[in-house]
Design a binder for this molecule. Structure first.
Ligand code: HEM
Length: 547
């Protein structure tokens, strides 16, 4: 055995002792060991390293503190007003105590308290001056900020990328799918989904056990939910090549999986601990659903890619598939890229549109005289023989309908937490404010669209401001419902088309009466990604109108 003994100098115990003595917290303990001092004296290099490590850690901490203090009080953003704590910490850290989904309210409060430019983080500012917003979004066209990268796991898509070249390329390939002419060719899908929508409402009214007054055939309908189903089904029809059938069956693996993933991402960013626990609990369900969704999408895309003329269909998906025919390899989208872009259409194009129609209905029910004005305008249009639903060409120029939609989007901006941009080279904002490269700019469109200097009676629903010759004309320079610049919503004309057709046919077909408690609850808003109702439902009484 003795032959196997290591020399005392490199016995395992002595090595452990040496490692311990190098750690700063073990100082006291190591001194109590009789061997420690003699070990150190025999290894002066160790002693030196120990001292050096202490010095370098302290130097780093002091250097870091000086940097933080300098950035807070002497840096280029130091003169911008804002809550003191946000000079040092990110607002996400400070806002952890707010109820999840309500950060946008705090942002608006800060903007009211400190002005149109507020410092909301060590290197982040929020702006709500219309000229500055025009500059950031339109003229300087700054790239997207880092928040988008958190969701980029869904793929490096047109929506999320901050790479200007990649964005330009994707936008060029995808734009034809959203041209006015192409959208017109998609109208049959929008109308057939609207037919299913009205059928679903009729069924819900019929099924409703709690008719308010059976004689009048009113029923209670969760209009928030069915509107969401309708918009998902339209995206299914136009971007996935087939309806999800939600209006008939209430469930489909694709929207369910995406909703679960988005919910988890938004919880993780709003409250990391709670979000991670939630993610861990639902992990296996989400993975199974995710696999099913991938299979579903792969089969659709492969069928279109290899099915030839027989499976050709005039829809958004076809435009992406047709990119395969491009001569330049750069202009072809891979099957994966096609799948990712269609998922993004589902995310960007369903809750946004259904939410806006839902908010329009809420505003109209709060202002019944405006609902009557809208109905009068819509009733002027007569359905032609064999025509079941009003079509877009009959609606697109109706002034009051467009006023209602614009005013709804003004009051209920879809991303009230702001849209984020990153300063890519030093700039002067609004002609006087130096903003260094790397600064994050939160464009607070929600605040601009409710600013009393731009909008008299800013919190009132006044569709009349959008009519020609109005006493309180709308300020078009302070209106950004679809953003502006190169990243303006690519689906804006498509969304307006869907919203006009759906809202007009809904108002034409039904008498809708508010339920007071529901109307009151609808004031409670939450915004994880898009603005929504806290309880994600809005019950109304509905009955078919006598035509
Ligand atoms: C009322 C409905 C809608 C509203 C209010 C809305 C609003 C917006 C806004 C504000 C942006 C800019 C986001 C940013 O810069 O961070 C955006 C971008 C986008 N939207 Fe919409 N949207 C709506 C409907 C739609 C629809 C129906 C689609 C597609 C089917 C769509 C697809 C997109 C895409 C792909 C982008 C990214 C464009 C790019 O970065 O080039 N949106 N939308």
């Amino acid at each position: 055995m003795s032959g196997l003994m290591l020399p005392e100098k490199i016995q395992p115990r002595s090595i452990i002792v040496k490692m311990f003595t190098m750690l700063p917290f073990s100082q006291k303990k190591s001194q109590s060991w009789s061997t420690a001092n003699s070990e150190q004296s025999r290894f002066p290099v160790l002693l030196l390293a120990k001292k050096l490590s202490k010095v370098s850690i302290s130097t780093f901490v002091i250097y870091w503190m000086i940097l933080v203090l300098h950035n807070a009080f002497l840096g280029p953003l130091s003169n911008i007003p804002g809550p003191r704590i946000l000079k040092f910490f990110s607002r996400l850290f400070v806002l952890r105590r707010e109820p999840p989904g309500t950060n946008f309210k705090k942002l608006k409060e800060w903007q009211n308290q400190y002005g149109r430019v507020v410092r909301i983080g060590p290197n982040t500012i929020a702006i709500s001056n219309k000229h500055m917003l025009q500059q950031v979004l339109l003229h300087d066209d700054l790239p997207k900020g880092p928040a988008y990268r958190r969701i980029e796991k869904l793929g490096n898509t047109m929506f999320f990328t901050d790479d200007k070249l990649l964005h330009r390329k994707l936008r060029r390939i995808i734009s034809p799918a959203f041209s006015t002419k192409y959208i017109k060719s998609l109208e049959p899908y929008i109308l057939s989904s609207n037919k299913s929508f009205l059928k679903r409402i009729d069924n819900d009214i019929k099924k409703c056990k709690c008719n308010v007054s059976r004689n009048e055939r009113y029923g209670i309908v969760d209009i928030w939910k069915v509107l969401n189903y309708l918009m998902l089904d339209i995206i299914g029809e136009t971007a996935f090549g087939q309806s999800f059938g939600l209006l008939e069956n209430n469930d489909h693996v694709v929207p369910r999986t995406i909703a679960q993933t988005l919910e988890t991402i938004s919880y993780i960013s709003a409250s990391p601990i709670f979000g991670l626990i939630k993610a861990a609990i639902s992990f296996s369900d989400v993975r199974t659903a995710n696999n099913k969704m991938q299979e579903f999408m792969k089969s659709i895309i492969m069928e279109r890619l290899h099915g030839g003329d027989e499976v050709h269909r005039n829809d958004i998906l076809q435009i992406l598939i047709d990119s395969q025919k491009a001569h330049n390899i750069q202009d072809k989208l891979t099957a994966d890229a096609i799948a990712q872009e269609t998922i993004v259409f589902l995310i960007a194009g369903s809750e946004t549109t259904s939410g806006t129609i839902g908010f329009a209905l809420i505003e109209l029910l709060k202002n019944p005289q405006k609902l009557n004005l809208l109905r009068d305008e819509i009733d002027q249009i007569k359905l032609e023989q064999e025509q079941a639903l009003l079509c877009h060409h009959q609606l697109k120029n109706l002034p009051y309908l467009n006023g209602v939609i614009n005013e709804t989007m003004r009051l209920n901006f879809i991303a009230p937490g702001g849209i984020e941009r990153k300063v890519d080279t030093d700039m002067v904002l609004g002609g006087h404010l130096f903003v260094p490269e790397g600064t994050i700019v939160q464009c607070n469109i929600h605040a601009v669209q409710r600013d009393p200097d731009y909008w008299p009676k800013p919190n009132e629903f006044i569709p009349e401001r959008w009519l020609a010759g109005s006493d309180i004309p709308a300020d078009h320079e302070a209106f950004f419902p679809f953003s502006a610049g190169s990243r303006i919503c690519i689906g804006n004309a498509f969304a307006l088309h869907e919203m006009r057709v759906t809202l007009a046919n809904l108002i034409k077909s039904y008498d809708i009466v508010a339920i007071p408690e529901e109307l009151q609850a609808s004031d409670e808003r939450r915004a994880f990604v898009t603005m929504s109702l806290k309880y994600k439902r809005f019950m109304v009484q509905m009955k078919r109108r006598e035509q």
